[in-house]
Design a protein around this ligand. Sequence first.
Ligand code: RIB
Length: 335
Amino acid sequence: MAVSVRDVAAAASVSVGTVSNVLNHPEKVSPATVERVLAVISELGFVRNDAARQLRAGRSRSIGMVVLDASNPFFAAVARGAESRAEEDRLSVLLGNSDDDVVREDSYLELFREQRVRGVLITPASHAAEKLARLQEAGIPVVLVDHEISESEFCSVSVDDVEGGYLAASHLLEQGRRRLCFVGGSSSIAQVAHRLEGARRAVATVDDATLEVIEMPALTVLNGRAAGEVIVGREPDQRPDAIFAANDLLAVGLLQGLTIFSTLRVPQDIALIGYDDIDFASATVVPLSSIRQPAETIGHTAVELLLKSIEDPDGDYERRVRFRPELVVRQSTVG
Ligand code: RIB
């Protein structure tokens, strides 16, 4: 038989209302009573029935979040920022990983709808405008993370990836590199397409510069290593003299693929720059130059914007927050 809130109240010699306050508004209860009730909760093994409480309160304590790749430290940092802001309002974040798969993405959105979460943060794997609009019509507000849908009313928090791509390619060109190669993933990932567009714009400003594009199946370390080995296998005059990787995971793999079984040197023979500035970027054997995205700030801001859209839907605040990327220069481009 599950322990009820009444069992806890009786064992702690307090009212059911006091137990509820200890769980939901401890600031309303004396510290001694909080301590006594929590001790009884622990002793009896009481587990709150959140679904019932949420139904009664009509509002969930959870925020749903769907990221493209939970194994990417960038998204882990975004989630960390979201959690830190959610905790300020005693909310929790339910994190789902779509792996850039629409079916997985849909299953998480359905779960969050069933759970009646307070709102959803999502980096969409697909052209998600219509299904996200339906979610909002069902009363669950949505904030796009690391993405925006220009022809929509969705709140969003993102980075100007075209500017980021321009910064990365310009940095390589300023080092005198002229045979650039963009190693990315599916152009259906808007962030990747925008970075490539920025790189194209930078290359177009230098007459004798060229830009090759290598598209990998996914933005992972293994795919980066495979791309590096392909480049190593070419004749020297067929190789790029600089690589812009669409994210740091690809860049980490490229660094390995370019150097592990060859005499090629980074940056002497091939300069290499990534994107995101994840923690590992500075820890690689040749520390990686990268384009920094304020990942934790993106997550923190996304929750802030979600709560504003709930509490003050018609308020006077920016609904499309766009951060600027930052060039971080390390040894992989300047030696
Ligand atoms: O998921 C692909 C990439 O998009 C991540 O590495 C991060 O850069 C995001 O913006």
